[in-house]
Design a protein around this ligand. Structure first.
Ligand SMILES: CC(C)(COP(=O)(O)OP(=O)(O)OC[C@H]1O[C@@H](n2cnc3c(N)ncnc32)[C@H](O)[C@@H]1OP(=O)(O)O)[C@@H](O)C(=O)NCCC(=O)NCCS
Length: 203
């Protein structure tokens, strides 16, 4: 059996409670451990858990929030989306993280870093999705800026990107407030995207 302490010590520097082999990512949920990645003035970013599906559906199943995506997600899509991010944590060390409002403890969106394959190279993308009643408060920008700083501090890369549809102006404004500019345009997963990018300074 894999012990909670083994996983926690390996990834989050908590004290070890026992030996054993590494745990698969879903074990995090079973053991009720929540990996907190970073904190800003108003937000905590932590790893997703399967039980976040209800709160996440409030944004990913909302047609207005998902208007720049092929379609809003049904319940199975939301659950698969969480599973995909749990796999990313295990395989890439990063993924989209749950955005929790400190004032209320509510999970109101996601922001994080995804390893993406774009035109023949692997790049780290900052992505974000926010529940509609929290738009216009600067929360996505606050989280994206924190992810940029975290990414340059932890990933050893010289460039971070955001892939954004040309019609998605609110997302482009977040990228610009996150010091990104348009680097190039690509067809990505069959859709036209701007590749916004920011370079590490002082590298
Ligand atoms: C993209 C998305 C997260 C942007 O949300 P947003 O609320 O516009 O962005 P922020 O949370 O950073 O808020 C910024 C806005 O709040 C305003 N604001 C109000 N109070 C603020 C504060 N205290 N600090 C900073 N900005 C504040 C800013 O002026 C800005 O408004 P503007 O863009 O009209 O100038 C949101 O539109 C969304 O979830 N879209 C659907 C998912 C999506 O498309 N994701 C991106 C995929 S590429």
């Amino acid at each position: 059996m894999c012990g909670a302490g083994t996983l926690a010590r390996r990834r989050w520097s908590l004290p070890a409670k026992g030996g054993g082999q590494e745990c698969p990512p879903h074990t995090i949920a079973r053991l009720n451990l929540v990996a907190r990645i970073l904190e800003t003035d108003r937000l905590i970013l932590r790893e997703f858990l399967p039980q976040d599906a209800d709160a996440l559906a409030l944004l990913l199943s909302d047609p207005e929030t998902m208007r720049h995506y092929p379609a809003p997600m049904d319940r199975a899509g939301v659950e698969q989306w969480i599973e995909r991010n749990l796999r990313r944590y295990a395989e890439d060390g990063v993924g989209l993280w749950a955005m929790v409002l400190k004032a209320t403890g509510e999970m109101i969106g996601d922001c994080g870093i995804i390893r993406q394959h774009v035109e023949g190279e692997y790049l780290y993308e900052i992505g974000y999705h926010l529940r509609r009643d929290h738009w216009g408060k600067g929360l996505a920008t606050e989280a994206a800026v924190a992810c940029r700083e975290w990414g340059f501090a932890h990933l050893g890369v010289s460039r971070l990107i955001s892939l954004i549809r040309p019609q998605n102006l609110p997302s482009q404004r977040v990228a610009e407030r996150n010091r990104m500019t348009i680097w190039k345009e690509v067809d990505w997963r069959g859709l036209r995207h701007y590749v916004y990018a920011v370079e590490r300074t002082g590298a």
